[in-house]
Design a protein around this ligand. Sequence first.
Ligand code: 5GP
Length: 137
Amino acid sequence: MADTIFGKILRGEIPAHKVYEDDKVLAFLDINPVARGHTLVIPKEAAETLDALSDDSAAAIGRVLPRLARAVVAASGATAYNVLQNNGAGAHQAVPHVHFHIIPKHEDGTGLGIGWRPSKLEDGAALAKAIATRVGP
Ligand code: 5GP
């Protein structure tokens, strides 16, 4: 996979305001925050999208995400927060290295804006089966 700006941060080639690091995970402040406290959590593994990530890295991120969310909320004084994870340019992914956004929602309205257009579920049984039979071991 191509080198990315997050690869450069991981190698210490460009600076970042780090908030957490272990052998598999790094978290740092987003350079263009949507809200105060906006934090990025990335695996050290160079995977482009979530579906390409190893179980080990996924588990390492899952283990620390709640802890990081608590810290971001406590430090920023947010009243709520979103965790956002974009995959693919069509889904707003700008940096092709897996990352989770922790985005505080503040009382002044800053935070993630969501365009959510629900529809009616069609062919639920067939669709659920199609997905279930493709879940790997
Ligand atoms: P995406 O749209 O790919 O889900 O989000 C990428 C995020 O990375 C954006 O919120 C953007 O502000 C952040 N970002 C891009 N370049 C840098 C950088 O050099 N340093 C930091 N800390 N964040 C960055």
